[in-house]
Design a protein around this ligand. Structure first.
Ligand SMILES: C[S@@+](CC[C@H](N)C(=O)[O-])C[C@H]1O[C@@H](n2cnc3c(N)ncnc32)[C@H](O)[C@@H]1O
Length: 540
């Protein structure tokens, strides 16, 4: 859990310079660069010269071969994370906590390793463009481990408060220890060239004469060009100005805040608030974590307080709150209560169980039951674990393909969540490597499954009931197009105003997320993941 809210950093980053570069990692504290904005005073020494530049760089005179062979543990962790991501297709947010534990990093080193690995991964495209100007051969011809060491060096030099000489010496030392003495001269020479300019100066150089706004944004904010285009298209599709693209891409590079949710009726935020968390402003029962090891909180260990993005909380609560009227068999007292008593809820794609836990708690409060479905057995186990804090009579986990549920249990459910597999383009803040791993083909590949799952959800919902179609991607091909396809073919469905439904469960009452009856949350506006919500009612 501690690794999931990694620090930002990297090209165009608004944050992520906070914790790193104290004496343990870089020689003198405070000798590093400023926040990457326009040439700020903190970058200059008493004589007004920029730090880490030219004669002020104070690089060691020792040849790389004479230098340390010791790998600083925090840098070693970052290097191992980058290697695992490249070689094993690993997810940084899963590998990082394991490597931190393995090397027994203390809190400060863990913060440094997090910022370094997340920042180097996020900024990869831009760092590679810079490195390509400093290496005398195509980057593809470098040993991949050497390239990862260079990326780690570049991130320290350009985006962290690490003095240049320390970034350079420590990165060369790391390379000597884990790759071998051979490439250290190359790494030393290349990183000296990188250190000759600030990030802003490199970016100015890279975009010099470039008139294509997509290419410029791609370099400035370290996103693949196709994602820049896709995000611009997504903004427009959801009724926002294309000019917001820079803020959106910048928000992807900022450290995501860690949000907490107290499961309604079961959890309390008191302990988290006593430990420095602040109350969430968008949705009830939420808080912003102050960081640190959340596992030390008894309520988190008990599973009644959980880490969950506010966007996910909002869409789950919107589904639970929307009016579905009494079901056909529920008349009399149950219907009068109109509180959801006796209702059957379905979470069709539940793994790993974040929304299922919140829905399960809400269902329990209302006297409803939840069936949480997930095909991957290990993820179904995670769903059961997530739900374990909710009394067992209120929920069940089904391990199976969601596409079968509609045919097996037609018109059984009052509320159905279809939180379908998607590209995750709306959660790039949390998954530093994913922007470089995804491709436009993923969007095309996921389309049929998303449509089939929505079809199954619509078959499983009873007349008068509501399906919430949810993605953590704003891409129109995964959101509005899927919904429009279904609505075009059927006349027994209608869209409920999802923007109004989100407002109804928000504390502000005016999220401004709605557009043409669907709703889209945004990192740069709402500081949530870019969750999409459509609420589709099956007519009675
Ligand atoms: C976006 S995630 C759901 C996140 C979850 N609702 C939460 O809040 O934690 C999509 C899930 O759909 C699952 N999935 C993939 N194929 C599926 C299928 N055919 N039927 C149902 N679920 C599927 C994936 O394994 C994944 O766990």
């Amino acid at each position: 859990m501690s690794g999931s809210g990694g620090n930002a950093g990297g090209p165009g980053s608004a944050g992520g310079r906070g914790s790193a570069g104290k004496s343990g990692h870089g020689g003198q504290a405070g000798g590093g660069r400023g926040n990457g904005g326009p040439r700020d005073a903190s970058r200059r020494n008493a004589k007004g010269r920029e730090r880490n530049r030219g004669p002020q760089q104070n690089f060691t005179e020792l040849a790389p071969s004479q230098r340390t062979r010791r790998a600083d543990p925090a840098r070693l962790v970052a290097f191992e994370v980058l290697r695992a991501v490249a070689e094993e297709d690993a997810y940084a947010n899963l590998v990082l906590p394991a490597r931190i534990r393995h090397h027994r990093l203390d809190k400060r080193d863990a913060g440094f390793a997090t910022e370094l690995s997340y920042g180097a991964l996020r900024g990869q495209g831009t760092y590679d463009a810079i490195l390509a100007r400093c290496v005398d051969r195509p980057l593809a011809q470098l040993d991949p481990a050497v390239l990862d060491a260079l990326r780690i060096g570049a991130h320290q030099l350009l985006a962290m408060r690490v003095p240049a000489h320390a970034a350079l010496d420590q990165t060369v030392g790391l390379a000597r220890a884990v790759i071998g003495a051979g490439p250290s001269a190359l790494i030393n020479a290349v990183l000296r060239k990188v250190a000759a300019r600030t990030l802003e100066e490199w970016l100015d150089l890279l975009v010099e004469g470039e008139t294509d706004a997509t290419k410029v944004a791609s370099l400035r904010y370290a996103h693949p060009e196709w994602i820049v285009r896709a995000m611009r298209q997504s903004l427009v599709a959801h009724g926002r100005p294309a000019a917001e693209i820079d803020s959106l891409l910048e928000a992807d590079n900022a450290a995501p805040v860690v949000n907490l949710v107290a499961l309604p009726g079961l959890g309390s935020l008191a302990e988290a608030l006593d430990n420095g968390a602040t109350p969430g402003e968008l949705v009830e029962g939420s808080a912003l974590s102050s960081g640190g090891d959340l596992g030390r909180l008894a309520s988190v260990r008990a599973g009644t307080t959980r880490v969950q993005d506010v966007g996910s909380q909002l869409v789950a609560r919107a589904l639970a709150a929307v009016d579905v009227g009494p079901g056909p068999e529920r008349t009399g007292a149950d219907a009068e209560a109109s509180s959801g008593a006796g209702e059957a809820w379905l979470d069709l794609c539940a793994g790993p169980g974040g929304k299922a836990a919140l829905l399960g708690a809400l269902a329990h409060q209302r006297g409803a039951t939840l069936l949480a479905n997930e095909p991957a057995p290990h993820r179904a186990k995670l769903v059961s674990q997530a739900l374990s804090a909710v009394p067992g009579a209120s929920w069940q986990v089904r391990t199976g393909d969601g596409r079968d549920v509609g045919a097996e249990q037609p018109e059984r459910f009052d509320r159905v969540l279809a939180d379908v597999p998607c590209t995750g383009l709306g959660a790039l803040r949390r998954r530093p490597e994913s922007r470089w791993r995804r491709s436009p083909k993923d969007i095309a590949d996921l389309g049929p499954l998303q449509r089939e799952l929505l079809g199954s959800a619509l078959a499983a919902v009873r007349p008068g009931g509501v399906v919430a179609y949810v993605t953590c991607s704003p891409h129109p091909a995964e959101t509005t197009a899927v919904v429009a396809d279904v609505l075009r073919k059927r006349d027994d469905l209608e869209l409920i105003d999802a923007g109004a439904a989100l407002d109804a469960v928000s504390l502000t009452g005016s999220l401004g997320a709605g557009h043409e009856s669907t709703a889209q949350l945004w990192p740069h506006i709402h500081h949530t993941d870019a969750m999409f919500l459509a609420l589709i009612k099956k007519k009675s």
